[in-house]
Design a protein around this ligand. Structure first.
Ligand code: XMP
Length: 509
């Protein structure tokens, strides 16, 4: 079964993905493709409508990618957003010009009696961000809405179902933005809303069975959300032809490896747990440079994985938990690497597979979570916060030893426990403890101590590319601090990290 599809033509920046997430939340499947995608491919995807997203460039700057103008005469509904509005106006004979930049939250008046504004009040706040405006409408178009400074904050040719908005309906800050998008999908493009995780799970299982046949599939299970959901889905599709390998590099959080194994127990799945902690610690002895740590762990992981998979005999496919944001990102040009984000579960190069299986390629993170619940995985696993592949190695500053890992594990477990009991575990996107290499003077009873400082980190973020430090209530911090210094030996000082990203990164190394 093919889902009704909305095609999002992306001009770079975060907008395409944000729109896509909204559209999917509204129950309609969508795909994000580069703005210049060939018409042939557009036709092949057979969308019920097209959204032209804005991007960081302007038309007058000359660098803005343009869509094939034929998209406006396919007879399909099109919604241009922000820069997408300028593109639509220009392509259809209107005029745009550089104007006073208009940014931030402004009041917009929805003037027209349009299906796009059905059940939307006459006025609302909108998030606008443009340096260029439409100053003359293309023939056949009429104005839809205005702000104080922009006469044409929206335009439409209702007959041809071509619509455009100068503001961003996809962002939280725009009041009624979700209603407007919903109207475009359901009232204009005639969607029925056939995108649900229940149906998707069913369909994905069928597709995987067809694709894999009797083949044998190997999966590196890290315990993270993506690899876990991938395992559950493949288990449902092919059962015993799936083998999972859990490489325990000894750098996981307290009880983590056991919890993962427990979550999959009882499913009758082939799960091989490799306890390779000593081997990893041996390789990491004396290493303090963060990138060297990552490199060693990445290489060693692949070596262990290869050794184990060789013991299994011939495997046909390697499964990976790639998700949709990775797919969208690989289609764009962001070359700047800040940290080498080696993903545990990376591709071993020396094993001969017939192919790679990526069952989550079409899904956003929240959809992966919903799918996980649909497949019966426990909430604790499905809502697990992100955890870096190199694990606690990048949270023990300086040299990694068994003793220092043990201190961090205990402190981190206390912090996580208190965050959960305060009910903050869903609202803080990532929170963890770091064992610094600072030792300082303290006092315990009558005794002077000279012990470690533990740093706590908590961040609020959507995409982990930027993040704000979380305003954890003082009383929660107080409880965590008191418990750590009381319960964890060799820690006598706790600090809370109040830096956002940028300039700091989320991890300390
Ligand atoms: P930073 O520290 O770069 O982290 O702000 C952004 C997000 O990525 C995670 N992270 C990693 N994940 N391998 C991974 O798989 C890594 O080497 C790695 N380094 C950071 C980090 O936990 C955060 O969620």
């Amino acid at each position: 079964m093919k889902h009704e599809t909305i095609l999002i033509l992306n001009l770079g920046g975060p907008f395409g993905e944000m729109i896509a997430r909204r559209v999917r939340d509204l129950g309609v499947y969508c795909e994000v493709v580069p703005c210049g995608t060939a018409m042939e491919k557009v036709r092949e995807l057979a969308p019920i409508g097209i959204i032209l997203a804005g991007g960081p460039e302007t038309l007058s700057g000359g660098k803005m990618q343009k869509p094939d103008p034929a998209i406006f005469s396919l007879g399909l509904p099109v919604l241009g957003i922000s820069g997408g509005m300028q593109l639509m106006a220009e392509a259809l004979g209107g005029e745009t010009a550089e104007t006073e930049p208009e940014t931030g939250k402004l009041t917009v008046s929805y003037d027209a009696d349009s299906p796009l504004f059905q059940k939307v009040p006459q006025e609302g706040v909108c998030q606008i961000d443009h340096r260029e405006s439409v100053i003359r409408l293309p023939e056949g178009f009429e104005a839809l809405c205005h702000t104080e400074a922009t006469v044409y904050a929206g335009m439409a040719n209702e007959e041809k179902k071509l619509y455009a908005l100068a503001f961003h309906p996809e962002v939280e800050a725009t009041q009624y933005g979700a209603d407007i998008l919903k109207n475009f999908l359901y009232e204009v493009a005639g969607a029925s809303g056939d995108w649900s995780m229940h149906d998707y799970a069913h369909q994905a299982v069928e597709t995987l069975r067809e694709q894999i046949g009797d083949g044998k599939v190997l999966l590196a299970l890290s315990g993270g959300v993506d690899s876990s959901v991938c395992a559950a889905l493949l288990d449902r599709a092919i059962g015993e032809n799936l083998t999972c390998i859990l490489v325990d590099h000894g750098l996981m959080r307290k009880n983590e490896a056991n919890e993962v194994v427990k979550a999959f127990e009882g499913r009758g799945m082939k799960l091989i747990r490799v306890d390779a902690g000593a081997r990893f610690l041996g390789k990491l002895a004396g290493v303090t440079d963060p990138e060297t740590k990552r490199k060693i762990i990445g290489e060693e992981f692949i070596r262990v994985f290869e050794e184990e998979s060789k013991k299994l005999g011939k495997m046909d496919f390697l499964a990976q938990g790639t998700i949709y944001p990775d797919v969208i990102e690989s289609g764009t040009e962001d070359g700047s690497v800040i940290k080498s984000h080696h993903n545990v579960g990376g591709l071993p190069e020396h094993i001969d597979f017939r192919g790679i299986i990526e069952p989550l390629r079409q899904l956003f993170k929240d959809e992966v979570r919903r799918l996980g619940l649909e497949l019966g995985l426990p909430e604790t696993l499905v809502w697990r916060q992100p955890f870096p592949g190199p694990g606690l190695a990048v949270r023990v500053i300086g040299e990694i030893t068994e003793d220092r890992l043990a201190i961090l594990r205990e402190a981190d477990a206390i912090f996580r426990e208190e965050i959960t009991s305060a009910g903050l575990h869903r609202s803080i996107n990532q929170y963890f403890a770091v064992l610094t290499n600072i030792r300082s003077v303290g006092v315990h009873g009558e005794e002077r101590t000279y012990d470690y400082t533990v740093a706590l980190r908590g961040v609020i973020t959507n995409d982990f590319m930027t993040a704000e430090w979380a305003r954890i209530p003082y009383d929660v911090l107080e409880r965590v601090s008191a418990r750590i210094v009381r319960e964890v030996p060799h820690v006598n000082r706790i600090v809370y990290d109040i830096t956002s990203k940028p300039p700091a990164t989320i991890e300390w190394e």
